[in-house]
Design a protein around this ligand. Structure first.
Ligand SMILES: [Zn+2]
Length: 227
C-alpha cells in the first residue's frame, strides 16, 4: 500500500469514528427528571400519531414553528401535528364529518412539548390563556388541538371574529357582541368537535380538548424528518 493509500485509509477511519460518536451521542438523549431538563429527542414519540398519517386533508398551519404567533418567536423548530392516537382518530372523524358540509379543518397547534410550554409561559404567564408548566397543558399531553374551519371550494378560512391566539373577550365563547355569522361559524366548529369527543373552553374559540382519560405530560421533541 503506497503513502496515498495509507493516507486515504487513515482519513476514512477518522471519518467513520466521528460518525459513530455523533450517532451514539444522539441515541443517548434520555428523559431527565430535573425541572429544566433538556427535551427528549424523538424518544417515546411512538405513543403519538402524526395527524398527516391519519387525515392528510387536514391543513396544518403550525404557528409556533414560525414567528407568526403572539410571541413573535419560534417556540419549536419543526411544524408537525402530533396527537395521542385516539385524539388523532377523533380529529380525522371531525374532518370527515365536516367535509359533507363542504368544510375543512386547519390546525394551528397540536401536541406541544413541555419545554415549549415553558417558553410560552415566560412570554405570557397568565393562567386561563397559558397553562403554568408546573401543571402542564392538555397540549403537553397530546390531547388538545387549536383549530379553525375553512371552505373547501374557496380555500378560505371561515371568519371567526378574531384571529387565533387573540387574548381578549372577543375570543370568548360567550362574548355578547358576536355577529350572527361569527356565532354560526363558531357553532359549526364547536358542534362538530363535540360530536367526536372534544370540548371547548370559554376563553378561546379555537381550543378543544379530548375528553378521554388523561395521558401524561411529555417533553418529547420530534425530529424535523418526522414531519
Ligand atoms: Zn390550545
Amino acid at each position: 500500500m503506497g503513502i496515498k493509500a495509507w493516507f486515504l485509509t487513515v482519513v476514512l477511519l477518522i471519518t467513520g469514528l466521528a460518525a459513530c460518536v455523533d450517532s451514539s451521542v444522539a441515541d443517548k438523549a434520555s428523559v431527565q427528571p430535573a425541572d429544566r431538563a433538556a427535551p427528549v429527542l424523538y424518544k417515546q414519540l411512538d405513543s403519538f400519531v402524526n395527524v398527516r398519517e391519519v387525515a392528510p386533508s387536514i391543513v396544518q398551519d403550525i404557528r409556533y414553528a414560525t414567528d407568526n404567533n403572539f410571541t413573535h418567536q419560534k417556540i419549536y423548530d419543526c411544524p408537525a401535528c402530533f396527537l395521542r392516537p385516539e385524539v388523532a382518530r377523533a380529529l380525522a372523524e371531525v374532518s370527515d364529518d365536516l367535509r359533507r358540509q363542504g368544510l375543512g379543518i386547519k390546525v394551528f397547534d397540536c401536541y406541544r412539548p413541555l419545554s415549549a410550554q415553558r417558553k410560552l409561559w415566560e412570554k405570557y404567564p397568565v393562567p386561563g390563556y397559558v397553562a403554568p408548566p408546573s401543571q402542564g397543558s392538555m397540549h403537553n399531553r397530546g390531547m388538545a388541538v387549536d383549530v379553525t374551519l375553512f371552505d373547501i371550494a374557496g380555500r378560505r378560512e371561515l371568519y371567526m371574529g378574531t384571529p387565533f391566539d387573540y387574548f381578549g373577550p372577543e375570543a370568548h365563547a360567550d362574548y355578547p357582541g358576536l355577529s350572527p355569522r361569527v356565532k354560526a361559524n363558531r357553532q359549526i366548529l364547536r358542534e362538530a368537535m363535540r360530536r367526536h369527543g372534544f370540548r371547548g373552553i370559554r376563553t378561546e374559540w379555537w381550543h378543544f380538548q379530548y375528553t378521554g382519560p388523561k395521558a401524561p405530560v411529555e417533553d418529547v421533541v420530534w425530529k424535523c424528518s418526522a414531519n
